[in-house]
Design a protein around this ligand. Structure first.
Ligand code: ATP
Ligand code: MG
Length: 358
């Protein structure tokens, strides 16, 4: 982990060997619950797909129960107005269903439709210090890219809100990208401190210790060489058509060395493209790089474009079919909200009880 210094004082037992839970999960998938989510700030991109969505679908197929939050309240952490919120929310649901999330098994809901989840924010805020919140490296990065002149209070409490997302449903598995590790540490710290401060009378505790599940592409880079992000104009959306995909990949930053290799530390942009092709074709990055050899960036980009378009073809076709029935998307959200509310109400009742509320 790269953020140990920045998160000193928070739980730091998120060791790399904690991150690959597949064996444990495989042994008893029904004993686990997974929570993930995305902000409705734009279409999901390849970073989401390889960083988190594929893991979600994989875990769903294994039989892990899944909750997916569309984090609509978190949109206004770094901008004044949540622009085109309903449209972005519908598009997220489309991306989820097209990539294989099953709404009969996954609970897909928005923040704003589950009041009891948001109420957990109050006791949770009392469990972290202002100093801990202000040194969170992901919050610092989000502030650097924020479109606001001043940083608002919601930005600092973002990770605590995320702890409420994870803990309201007592999730223990959280398939995320690398940018979320500091936030996950906050959720772990809050769970631990809450359990210590407010045990049940019999000594049992309310919350599990959630763990991150990182994929083989925990930080996919965008076309500008920074983290691929919905809001930074550097992404390749899952839903883009093949020509747009080709144009976006053609504009990706590379370097002048014609020999294509896989060296993420030394040549991050080229290696990112090599990795992308490898993930799409289910090969190793070394194989892909070897095949392109001295072909240079142009050949690399052609390979990546073909690989991405080929891999996403069935997903895009399914997405187009689903897009014809907006009513279905709304029914998915309504059913998800109903299930999430029942779970959140039960957790809030338990929280109130251990805290001694009447
Ligand atoms: P925004 O720019 O609005 O913050 P985003 O692209 O960062 O959007 P989020 O909704 O903030 O997307 O993140 C949703 C999930 O996707 C998180 O688990 C995050 O770690 C993961 N994720 C986002 N970008 C990447 C990336 N480039 N590589 C791997 N995972 C990513
Ligand atoms: Mg983000």
């Amino acid at each position: 982990m790269t953020n140990t210094a920045a998160t000193a004082g928070l739980d730091s037992d998120l060791a790399p060997d904690d991150l690959d839970l597949d064996e444990g999960v495989r042994a008893d998938p029904a004993a686990h619950r997974m929570l993930t989510g995305d902000r409705p700030t734009g279409p999901l991109h390849l970073g989401h797909y390889f960083g988190s969505l594929r893991n979600r679908v994989h875990l769903q197929r294994l039989g892990v129960e899944m909750f997916v939050v569309i984090a609509d309240y978190q949109v206004i952490t770094d901008r004044d107005i949540a622009d085109r919120l309903a449209e972005h929310t519908e598009n997220l649901v489309l991306d989820y269903l097209a990539t294989g999330l099953d709404p009969d098994r996954a609970t897909i809901f928005t923040h704003s439709s589950v009041p009891a989840l948001n109420q957990l924010l109050l006791p949770f805020l009392s469990l972290v210090s202002v100093a801990e919140l202000s040194r969170n490296p992901t919050v610092k990065d989000e502030i650097a890219h924020s479109s606001q002149a001043a940083v608002n209070g919601l930005m600092f409490t973002y990770p605590v809100h995320q702890a409420a997302d994870i803990l309201f449903c007592k999730a223990d598995l959280v398939p995320v990208g690398k940018d979320q590790l500091p936030h996950l540490e906050v959720a772990r710290t809050i769970a631990r401190r809450f359990n210590e401060r407010y045990p049940h009378a019999d000594g049992s505790t309310v919350f599990p210790h959630p763990r991150a599940l990182l994929s083989a592409a925990p930080l996919l880079l965008g076309t500008d060489g920074g983290k691929m992000s919905k809001s930074r104009g550097n992404s390749v959306p899952i839903s883009a058509d093949p020509d747009t995909t080709a144009r976006l990949i053609k504009g990706a930053r590379t370097d002048t060395d014609r020999r294509i290799g896989y060296d993420p530390a030394g040549r991050p942009e080229v290696s990112n493209l090599v990795l992308l092709a490898a993930l799409c074709q289910d090969r190793t990055p070394e194989e892909v790089a070897e095949e392109i050899g001295d072909g240079g960036a142009a050949a690399l980009k052609r390979t990546v474009t073909e690989a991405v378009n080929e891999h996403l073809r069935p997903i895009r076709a399914r997405r187009a079919e689903l897009a014809a029935d907006r009513g279905h998307l709304h029914r998915v959200l309504r059913a998800g909200a109903e299930r999430a509310n029942a779970v959140a109400d039960a957790t809030l009742t338990e929280v109130r009880s251990v805290m001694g509320s009447l």
